[in-house]
Design a binder for this molecule. Structure first.
Ligand code: GLA
Length: 725
């Protein structure tokens, strides 16, 4: 059983295949404290892990000196009050306005499987068990139900908290984070992801310092700027060695991911909805469910953490069409708003010629939208551009063997739209203030059911009107005027989270009603590339910057957490429309190969030499795309670190096929060949290198490495395939 309770020691034990998580009840009042999380420890005498003999740790020995206990106790779910001066997960406001709260163990149960979380995306699985621990504040009669789910097949633990008001008076939540992890600071580095539009998911690694540090978003979306994730790793940890802890939030709105180092050099890492601007009113009997946090611990370095997350997301979070990722041709960088039926048919013929599976008609097919300033909210096809509508286009494409996909931005409304003229109140605005436009658009108030229904009816009408197989759901601005006319003043602090819940409800309906539709989320590129959105769409557009060199860095950061099967990766026009860089077509293809491959350019405008590479690229994608997307992924070299070359490797789960994608960005003057040490192979099995027929044992390839000749040239790329003999 992966979950047990030792009554004598009063210790809860959770076991994943390679990790153990321990927490215990402390003192006569039963505080719930964290004991251990890390590589598996035997279930003999866990007593050595407890530190209850130390005075400040023992509330009983501190009856008159409670503060010293609160100041250092490793709470599983810390609340504000009692002398807990560190970051709380829970901060309450009583009807009288007081903030204090003390939580004590009230009971627990172990259930097989995993309950869903009301209104929220959440992991699922049969091969798992869940521990529910109830904490209670005896004064307010507020109960916290902490959920811990442990899976048999992956080293991940899901945590969330449900806060129930069992008392007789309303309470306000001013903070309700998802999880807390308290660890001794073992010379940890902190890893977060940061960026901007077109520069998403840059890895930041620095030594943990005293005080608070981390990542956050207050933009209403998980954002380009930071990611709802943090990792703590031993300072010496490398790609494949050392202990790493990851915390990732299954959520798409404002968040706080924070590590705090205290006076005793202990770390409190918390993750959840950002308390700033958040409040939630709980009437008696009401409850609040926090989003889920996915904890991973690996002693196999950053790569070990990444592979655990990849497996977890593929097996326990991403729903629906898990495997096939059709190749596609997207109209955006091919022609932006400047298209009509004939132009799209021409793109369709290009797709058909090469066997590209899908043509995606990006922005501009609806309302009277010829630029960014108009028509969001009017999801009727522009018959002037597309006579016969999407139906005719879809049928003509189908006759060529190409499927139709479309773009929509359902959460938005243009002030210049029929929808806005009819329902100006559907936009989120603050009474008395001019709303802030971004990209000439306002945000729909998705907290309101009638607004969601209006949009949903339009989306489903479009999808039913034509043979549409794919939808790119875009979202192109942050939330600024966060205010809902449907909420009373004392509930306005709920608006940002209710917006996210509204979004989840909409996408949940969509994937339920259209199970064969492939949904790809997008948010001006990767502004909402998070586990919450991944629950609804198995792939997400990684960045509007598809330029190959910048993309290496963006994809490295993204794949730190997410499987390659989730990353939209296209060969875009050149010179890059985003950074002006000129890169060879071949390199652009290689960089896109491991993700969800597509073209975002006008193929007819490519040179004949470039066009001849397309069949090869598509064949590589057909043959080896599945190894990258479904196999185990290893980072062999990071261009972000060495500024010269990049290499990733994937090994199929049955260890029969391995592929290595190498990109030399810059020439290396006067160097010897590079020895790329492979990893993940079966040591004693024999592997044949496909292009040279060289046969070596797995160990031979791993220790001897793949020699990459020192060619004096920028922009080289090689795909090496090994097959088990
Ligand atoms: C966003 C997306 C792009 C494209 C445009 C269309 O910027 O990220 O891929 O769809 O919108 O307006």
């Amino acid at each position: 059983m992966p979950i047990s309770y030792n009554e004598q020691l009063r210790v809860f034990r959770l076991d994943t295949p390679r990790t153990t998580y321990l927490m215990g009840l402390v003192g006569s009042e039963n505080f719930l404290g964290h004991i251990y999380y890390g590589p598996t420890v035997p279930d003999d005498n866990m007593g050595y892990l407890l530190r209850l003999e130390e005075r400040p740790f023992t509330p009983d020995a501190n009856a008159g000196e409670r503060a010293s206990f609160y100041d250092c106790f490793p709470f599983e779910y810390p609340a504000w009050g009692g002398g807990n001066f560190r970051q709380p997960c829970l901060r309450l406001r009583t009807a009288q306005g007081g903030p204090n709260c003390e939580l004590f163990y009230d009971g627990h149960r172990i259930i097989s499987g995993k309950p869903g979380l009301e209104g929220l995306p959440a992991a699922y699985g049969d091969n798992c068990a869940t521990l529910e621990i109830t904490l209670r504040d005896p004064v307010l009669d507020v109960k916290i139900r902490l959920l811990y789910t442990v899976f048999e097949d992956v080293d991940a633990i899901c945590r969330s908290a449900r806060i129930e008001n069992a008392g007789g008076e309303a309470v306000g939540l001013d903070a309700a984070l998802s999880a807390c992890l308290e660890l001794d600071n073992e010379d940890f580095d902190l890893i977060t992801l940061h960026g901007s539009w077109a520069r998403e998911q840059n890895m930041d690694r620095r030594p943990l310092a005293s005080g608070k540090q981390g990542a956050f978003s207050l933009r209403g979306i998980s954002s380009h700027q930071f990611h709802p994730f943090l990792a703590l790793c031993e300072h010496t940890a490398t790609q494949e060695r050392g202990v790493v802890y990851g915390m990732n939030l299954v959520y798409s709105g404002n968040f706080l991911a924070q590590a705090e180092v205290d006076q005793f050099n202990k770390v409190r890492a918390v993750l959840g909805i950002h308390p700033d601007g958040f409040s939630w009113k709980l009437e008696p009997g009401q409850s609040f469910q926090t989003p889920e946090t996915v904890l991973v611990c690996s002693d196999a370095g950053l790569g070990g953490m990444s592979r655990a997350y990849h497996d977890f997301f593929r097996e326990h979070l991403i729903r629906g069409q898990k495997k096939h990722r059709p190749s596609l041709l997207n109209s955006w960088e091919a022609c932006y708003f400047d298209f009509d039926h004939d132009k799209l048919l021409q793109l369709g013929r290009e797709a058909a010629r090469y066997g590209i599976e899908l043509l995606v008609v990006d922005d501009g097919w609806f309302g009277k939208r010829d630029d960014e300033t108009t028509s969001l909210g009017d999801w009727q096809v522009n018959e002037k551009k597309l006579p016969g509508g999407l139906k005719r286009l879809g049928e003509e494409l189908a006759a060529m063997g190409v499927k139709l996909g479309i773009w929509m931005e359902p959460e938005m409304i243009s002030p210049d739209s029929d929808l806005y003229r009819a329902h100006p109140d559907y936009a989120m605005t603050i009474p008395g203030r001019t709303p802030t436009q971004a990209r000439s658009q306002l945000v729909l108030d998705l907290t309101r059911k009638e607004v969601r229904d209006c949009i949903y009816d339009q989306i489903s009408a479009v999808l039913r009107s034509a043979p549409i197989r794919y939808l790119k759901w875009d979202m192109n601005r942050p939330l600024i005027d966060v205010y809902s006319s449907a909420l009373p003043p004392d509930r306005q602090g709920e608006a940002a989270h209710r917006y996210v819940l509204g979004l989840y409800e909409l996408q949940g309906r969509l994937v339920d009603d259209f199970p064969d539709l492939l949904l790809e989320n997008c948010c001006s590129g990767g502004g909402r590339f998070d586990a919450g959105m991944l629950y609804y769409s198995p792939q997400i557009w990684t960045s509007d910057n598809a330029e190959a060199v910048d993309r290496l860095v963006i994809q490295e950061g993204t794949s730190l957490i997410y499987p390659l099967s989730a990353m939209g990766a296209h060969v875009a026009a050149c010179p890059s429309h985003v950074n002006g860089r000129i890169t060879p077509f071949e390199v652009r293809g290689r960089v896109s190969l491991p993700g969800c491959f597509g073209y975002e350019l006008d193929i007819d405008k490519l040179s004949p030499e470039e066009q001849t590479l397309i069949p090869e690229q598509l064949e590589e994608y057909r043959q080896y795309g599945p190894v990258f997307r479904e196999g185990d992924c290893y980072r062999l070299a990071s261009y972000r670190e060495n500024h010269t070359y990049d290499a990733i490797m994937a090994v199929s789960k049955d260890k029969k096929t391995a592929v290595v994608s190498f990109v030399q960005v810059r020439s290396r003057a006067y160097r010897r060949s590079l020895r790329l040490k492979l990893t993940g192979l079966e040591e004693t099995a024999l592997y044949r290198r496909k292009d040279t027929d060289e046969v070596r044992s797995g160990a031979g390839w791993m220790w001897g490495g793949l020699l990459m000749e020192a060619v004096q040239s920028d922009y080289l790329t090689a795909l090496t395939v090994l097959e088990r003999v």
